[in-house]
Design a protein around this ligand. Structure first.
Ligand code: ADP
Ligand code: GLC
Length: 473
């Protein structure tokens, strides 16, 4: 079976968040399951392409109309199998040759052109896949165009699968841009529409042969809270599944991770984590003798980053000098400002790095004692699984994938601290419980080790995806 994943991100070629980690890992595990899994993403002009470390061969040249504009495009294949699967990049000069993945005024046009280029390439390719697996709204018009695009009728038989990584983002645009979409039978327009706009995510939910979310709990939550798509998801319920993400245990392995100061395994966990914490604290001028809480992620409301300063601040006022907090992330200007304020107020105990830094994130998972994940919405979440693998105890709000992967240390075999309401008060209480746990060294170490022993590998999910495809072919 041949699967083609179509995505906006893929680690290590282009990463903004967990979507990249998933698309960079799942195909490797699908290959182990006996499938041939390939990935195609845009050819951004970022460090991956500019580093000169990877070699590419040109496998296709074509052209596409985006409304009245003609664009030439190239498809490049990474030629040394460096990612562990066939990896393709679509280069559209003038649209996709940007340093960043998202954030441009013409993102709608950029990702529309990407999808059209993929379809144009596929329609001429000798190796048409058995399954086209689309990820999130950036690739959401593909299932519709495969079925109803006049030019692509030769591919109607190929099943399209949609994975919803985050239903908050739907990629809507106005009907005035309809002329950008390749021609189709106009009486099918309703399949593009949701609430009076063209909605790529809604269209994919309607047209994909199967849809899935990245955890079972998130699938259930979407039926009553999906940023306006609840009714649609209930209608399409029969083709929906929840498949829990895994983590790439080759990339995320504390005993071999080249980004760490000191590698460690379960046997030398205490020593190894201490050495990593020491180095991290030196860099941020924090006292390594104190428990260290970290947050890594997008500084946005969905991640609950906004109420961290208040919750942490309250504990710091109650017990001055009892712990340190270190934040890595970027996002909403207001939340970045709140973090900087917290640093000013608790100078010796609060470190902040505004920006994206892959190496630092690995060092934080390794050096921290606790990871804060107070998400309001969390379709799966990978950070909590990385944290456990690196012997760091996650403090999570019980929602979506966090609920499916972390049990409270008060329960048998528990590996984290769970709380329920996304408020500073509940998080403050959870931090208090974590500090008590830290005080009981034996229990604290036992829970860290139990976390390291959890199996969050991709094997199970890879098999579930294979079953899902098999049901379609
Ligand atoms: P999401 O995709 O919603 O942002 P996930 O938990 O699925 O959340 O994945 C986030 C991924 O992005 C993890 O690999 C995390 O380590 C990484 N990450 C997030 N923010 C940063 C940052 N500022 N620097 C480095 N890595 C980051
Ligand atoms: C999205 C979600 C996150 C999930 C990731 C990978 O970015 O916000 O929860 O882990 O996709 O599926």
């Amino acid at each position: 079976m041949e699967i083609l994943h179509v995505s906006a991100e893929c680690y290590p070629a282009a990463k903004v968040g967990g979507l990249a980690d998933v698309v960079g890992a799942l195909p490797k595990y699908q290959t182990q399951e006996g499938a041939i899994a390939k990935v195609v993403i845009p050819a951004y002009r970022n460090a991956f392409r500019e580093s000169g470390k990877y070699s590419f061969e040109l496998v296709h040249q074509g052209g596409l109309w985006l409304g009245h504009d003609w664009f030439h495009f190239n498809v490049w294949k990474e030629s040394a199998n460096a990612l562990g699967f066939d990896f393709y990049q679509v280069d559209i000069p003038g649209l996709l040759d940007t340093p960043n993945v998202y954030g441009y005024a013409n993102d709608t046009e950029r990702f529309l052109a990407f999808q059209i280029a993929v379809l144009e390439w596929l329609s001429e390719w000798q190796h048409q896949p058995d399954i086209i697996h689309c990820h999130d709204h950036h690739t959401g018009l593909i299932p519709f165009l495969l079925q109803y695009g006049r030019k692509y009728s030769g591919m109607q038989h190929i099943p399209a699968v949609l994975t919803i990584h985050n239903a908050q983002y739907q990629g809507q645009f106005g009907w005035d841009k309809l002329y950008l979409i390749p021609s189709f039978d106009l009486w099918k327009s309703g399949l593009l529409d949701w609430n009076g706009a063209i909605n790529p995510l809604a269209s994919a939910i309607k047209c994909a042969w199967r849809i899935n979310t990245v955890s079972p709990s998130y699938m259930e939550e979407l039926y009553h809270s999906a940023n306006g798509l609840e009714g649609l998801l209930n209608t399409e319920r029969s083709k929906a599944r929840g498949i829990l993400n895994g983590i790439d245990d080759a990339v995320w392995d504390p005993s071999a991770d080249p980004m760490l100061t000191t590698n460690f395994g379960i046997k030398d966990m205490t020593k190894g984590k201490k050495a990593n914490k020491q180095a991290l604290c030196e860099e941020f001028k924090l006292d390594p003798a104190l428990p260290l809480f970290v947050f890594i992620g997008r500084l946005v409301g969905d991640k609950g980053a906004d109420y961290i300063p208040e919750a942490v601040g309250r504990t710091m006022f109650e017990n001055p000098g009892s712990f340190n907090c270190l934040v890595l992330g970027s996002g909403d200007a207001h939340i970045e400002w709140l973090m900087q304020q917290a640093r000013h107020m608790h100078a010796e105990h609060f470190g902040v790095y505004i920006g994206y830094n892959e190496t630092l994130s690995h060092r934080m998972y390794a050096g921290a004692d606790f990871l804060l994940m107070p998400s309001r919405v969390e379709p799966c979440g990978l950070n909590q699984m990385y944290a456990m693998r690196y012997g760091t105890i996650p403090i999570v709000r019980s929602t979506g994938g966090l609920r499916d992967t972390v049990t409270d240390f008060g329960d048998e075999g528990g590996t984290g601290v769970r709380f329920f309401q996304p408020t500073a008060g509940d998080l403050h209480h959870a931090i208090g419980r974590a500090l008590e746990l830290y005080g009981t060294k034996t229990n604290f170490n036992k829970i860290r080790k139990t976390g390291m022993q959890q199996d969050h590998s991709w094997n199970k999910a890879a098999r579930q995806y294979m079953d899902l495809y098999t049901s379609l072919t």
